[in-house]
Design a protein around this ligand. Structure first.
Ligand SMILES: [Zn+2]
Length: 304
C-alpha cells in the first residue's frame, strides 16, 4: 500500500524544516542542502534530488525511502559511487498524490542519524570547514561536535559519518570543504541546534553581516566586484567546495551566472573575505579531489 501523506504529520514537519533552512542564502545556495524526517523504524522522508529546499511542500519536492536498508547497506560496505547511488534510488517508495522523485544524492548520511536531520552549506560552518585552522578552532567552540576530514560526497562520506553517528541524541557534524549537519529528535530541536551553531560562530569570530543576494541577470554587481578583486584564474584554479567544482566554471565567471551560481559565488567570496580578515589559511581541494567531479557534472551529483 502507498504511503498516504495526509495521514501523517511528517510531510508538514519536513516542509517546515526545509523552509527554515532553505530561505537563507547564507545557509543554502542553489540546490545545495537537504533535510529529512524519519517516521518509524524504516521510513524516511528526504528532499528530492534536483529540487531546492525552499520549494519543498508537504505535497512535492521529497521522496520516501526505506532508510533501514540504506543504513544496513552502509554498515556492510556501501560499494562504489554508481552502485551506491542506484541502491539509494531503489529504496524509494510510492507516495499517494506526491509526484515520484529520486531521493537526494546525500540521502545516505541522513539515514545514519537521529529522527530529524538538517544539512546546509552554512557559510559560517564552512569558514571552519574550508580553512586549515578551522577544525581546531571549531573543536574549541563545539567540544561535542564531530569534525570529518574532506571526503567525496557519496559512499566515502557516508562511511566516515557512520563511524561517528549516533542514532539518538542531538549531534552536530562539520564536514570539511562541504557543510554542516544538525541531527535531533524533533524539527524544532534540529532547527534550534542548527541556528545555535551558526550564531556561535558568527558571534565568536565577530563575522561581518552576510551581503544581500539580489536577483540579477548575469553576474551580480557584488560578485563582479569580488571577482575583480580575486581574479578569474584564481577562482578557477582554487576550488573550496563541491559546489564550486560543479557550478562555477569559466562561462559562469564570464557572466553566464544563474541565480544559483550567484548564490554559490557570494558564499565563496564571503568565506574567502572572512578568512583573509581572520588570517586563516584556505584549504583548497587537491587536483584529484576536484577531478572527481569532472565525471559527475552531467550526472546525479550535479543535482543535490
Ligand atoms: Zn551537501
Amino acid at each position: 500500500m502507498s504511503f498516504d501523506p495526509s495521514l501523517d504529520k511528517a510531510p508538514e514537519l519536513l516542509a517546515r524544516a526545509a523552509r527554515a533552512a532553505g530561505c537563507r542564502p547564507d545557509l543554502t545556495q542553489g540546490g545545495g542542502g537537504n533535510v529529512s524526517v524519519k517516521t518509524g523504524t524504516e521510513r524516511m522522508l528526504v528532499k528530492a534530488s534536483g529540487s531546492q529546499l525552499k520549494d519543498l511542500t508537504p505535497r512535492s519536492g521529497w521522496a520516501l525511502v526505506n532508510y533501514g536498508n540504506i543504513r544496513r547497506r552502509i554498515a556492510a560496505g556501501p560499494g562504489g559511487d554508481n552502485e551506491f547511488s542506484e541502491y539509494i534510488c531503489a529504496q524509494a517508495l510510492p507516495v499517494l498524490g506526491v509526484p515520484p522523485a529520486a531521493p537526494s544524492i546525500e540521502t545516505g548520511f541522513h539515514a545514519l542519524l537521529n529522527t530529524v536531520v538538517i544539512h546546509t552549506h552554512s557559510v559560517y560552518a564552512n569558514l571552519l570547514n574550508m580553512s586549515a585552522e578551522g577544525h581546531a578552532l571549531g573543536r574549541r567552540l563545539f567540544p561535542d561536535a564531530e569534525f570529518i576530514p574532506y571526503k567525496a560526497p557519496g559512499p566515502q562520506l557516508c562511511t566516515a559519518i557512520n563511524d561517528r553517528a549516533r542514532a539518538s541524541g542531538p549531534q552536530v557534524f562539520f564536514l570539511a570543504n562541504h557543510g554542516l549537519l544538525a541531527a535531533h529528535a524533533g524539527v524544532e530541536g534540529a532547527l534550534e541546534l542548527n541556528e545555535r551553531v551558526n550564531e556561535t560562530i558568527r558571534k565568536g569570530l565577530k563575522l561581518p553581516p552576510y551581503p544581500a543576494v539580489l536577483p540579477s541577470a548575469g553576474l551580480s554587481a557584488h560578485n563582479a566586484a569580488r571577482l575583480a578583486h580575486y581574479g578569474k584564474s584564481f577562482m578557477l584554479e582554487n576550488v573550496l567546495s563541491p559546489d564550486q567544482a560543479l557550478y562555477v566554471g569559466a562561462p559562469e565567471l564570464d557572466g553566464k551566472a544563474s541565480p544559483a551560481v550567484n548564490e554559490v559565488l557570494t558564499a565563496l567570496f564571503y568565506i574567502l573575505d572572512c578568512m583573509a580578515g581572520l588570517k586563516l589559511t584556505p584549504r583548497f581541494l587537491t587536483k584529484s579531489e576536484v577531478a572527481y567531479f569532472d565525471t559527475m557534472k552531467s550526472g546525479r551529483y550535479s543535482r543535490k
